[in-house]
Design a protein around this ligand. Structure first.
Ligand code: ATP
Length: 343
C-alpha cells in the first residue's frame, strides 16, 4: 500500500484539568485523499486540526507529514515549515486587496515578478479569473470561498486544512461550492481535511470520514461504511435518522428481527444492536390483524420522499418511502426490510 501523506497516532491534548479534548486520536490521510473530521460541537475537531497545523502543541502522540515528524511532545515544527494551506469559515481574505492580490500574497516564497502570473493561473483553475480585480466585498460568499481556496492551494501545500468552510453560505450556494471545491482539490492532486458538524456535508464531500465524539474517534470509513455499517450507537445516530433495535444473531450473517430475518455485513453471535436506515424499510398495506399489524402514527412530506412514523409489534419505526407510495395516518401496514445494516 502507498505510504500515507499524513500519519497521526495517539494524539492527545488537554487545555486544563478537565481532561483531554483530543484523546488518543489516530488516522492516516492518503495522497489526493479528501478526509473529513465529523462530530458534534466541542468534540475536538478544530483542536485536532490546530495540532496538525502547529497552532497548538500536543502532550502525547505524533503527527508525521510525508514521514517527517512535525508534532510530538518533544517536537513542534514551525507552522510555516509544515507546508499546509488553510481555508476557514470566514474566508479571512484581506479586505483591502483584490482577489488577485490576495492569492499573490500567499506566494511569498516565489520570486516577486512571477507571483501575479502564478496567482492568475490558480484563480483560473478555481473559475475566478474574471473576478481577479474585484475586492472581497464585491464578491459573493461562494466566490470569496473560491478565492480563499485559490489562496490556500497556490503555494502547492502538502495538505489543505478546511475548518467549516461552507457554513457561511446559504443552502443552494453551499451545495454548488462544495461540489466545485471538491473537483478543484481532486484536479490539483491535493490532500485535504475538512472539519464539519454537518453529516450531509461530510458524506458528499469526503472520500473517508472519521466520526469524533468526546475527543475520540469512534469510527473511520468511507461515507457508505459509516452510514450503513456504523460501529457504535453514536455513529448510527449522528449520521442521520435510523431505526435501532436489539436482535439475536446466530453465528452467521443472519439475524432474526421482529421485522423477519435480515442479512448483516459480518458474522455475529448473540444479542446485537442493529441499525436499519429509514430508506431500507418499506411499507405494505394490510388488513388489521391485532399485534401483527402496524399503524401509521405520523407523516412528514419532505419533497423527494415521505417519512412515515409507524408503530409495529410494539416498536416505533421511521420509514422513508418514495413519494409515490402514499399512506394515510391511522392506516394499517406491515414494515418490511429492504436491505439491512448493522451496528
Ligand atoms: P466546534 O464545532 O464547536 O468548533 P470542535 O469539535 O471543533 O467544536 P474544539 O474547538 O476542538 O471542538 O474544542 C474542543 C473542546 O476544547 C471544547 O470543549 C472547547 O471549549 C475546548 N477548547 C478549545 N480551545 C480551547 C482553548 N484555547 N482553551 C481552553 N479550552 C479550549
Amino acid at each position: 500500500m502507498e505510504k500515507p501523506l499524513l500519519h497521526i497516532q495517539g494524539l492527545t491534548k488537554s487545555f486544563d484539568q478537565s481532561g483531554p479534548v483530543v484523546n488518543q486520536v489516530g488516522f492516516d490521510v492518503g495522497k489526493n485523499e479528501i478526509f473529513a473530521l465529523l462530530g458534534p460541537s466541542g468534540c475536538g475537531k478544530t483542536t485536532t486540526l490546530r495540532l496538525i497545523a502547529g497552532f497548538e502543541h500536543c502532550e502525547a502522540g505524533e503527527v508525521y507529514i510525508e514521514d517527517e515528524l512535525v508534532e510530538s511532545p518533544q517536537v513542534s515544527l514551525n507552522p510555516q515549515k509544515r507546508e499546509i494551506g488553510f481555508v476557514f469559515q470566514d474566508y479571512a481574505l484581506f479586505p483591502h486587496m483584490t482577489a488577485l492580490e490576495n492569492v499573490a500574497f500567499s506566494l511569498r516564497e516565489v520570486d516577486r515578478k512571477k507571483r501575479p502570473v502564478l496567482a492568475e493561473e490558480v484563480l483560473c483553475r478555481t473559475g475566478m479569473e474574471k473576478y481577479k480585480h474585484r475586492m472581497p466585498d464585491e464578491l459573493s460568499g461562494g466566490q470569496q470561498q473560491r478565492v480563499a481556496l485559490a489562496r490556500a492551494i497556490a503555494p502547492k501545500p502538502r495538505l489543505v486544512l478546511m475548518d467549516e468552510p461552507f457554513s457561511g453560505l446559504d443552502a443552494m450556494l453551499r451545495d454548488s461550492t462544495r461540489k466545485e471545491v471538491r473537483a478543484i482539490l481532486k484536479k490539483s492532486g491535493m490532500s485535504a481535511i475538512l472539519v464539519t458538524h454537518d453529516q450531509e456535508e461530510a458524506l458528499s464531500f469526503a472520500d473517508r470520514i472519521a466520526v469524533m465524539n468526546n475527543g475520540q474517534i469512534e469510527q473511520i470509513g468511507t461515507p457508505e461504511e459509516v452510514y450503513y455499517h456504523p460501529k457504535t450507537q453514536f455513529v448510527a445516530q449522528f449520521l442521520g435518522r435510523t431505526n435501532l433495535f436489539r436482535a439475536h444473531a446466530d453465528g452467521t450473517d443472519n439475524v432474526e428481527t421482529r421485522l423477519g430475518p435480515v442479512k448483516i455485513n459480518r458474522e455475529a453471535e448473540g444479542l446485537i444492536l442493529c441499525s436499519i436506515r429509514p430508506e431500507h424499510l418499506t411499507l405494505e398495506r394490510c388488513k388489521p390483524n391485532g399485534k401483527e399489524t402496524g399503524i401509521i402514527t405520523g407523516r412528514e412530506f419532505r419533497g423527494h420522499d415521505i417519512t412515515y412514523h409507524v408503530l409495529f409489534k410494539g416498536d416505533k419505526y421511521i420509514v422513508h418511502t418514495d413519494n409515490r407510495l402514499l399512506f394515510d395516518v391511522d392506516e394499517h401496514v406491515i414494515v418490511k426490510p429492504l436491505e439491512p445494516a448493522v451496528v
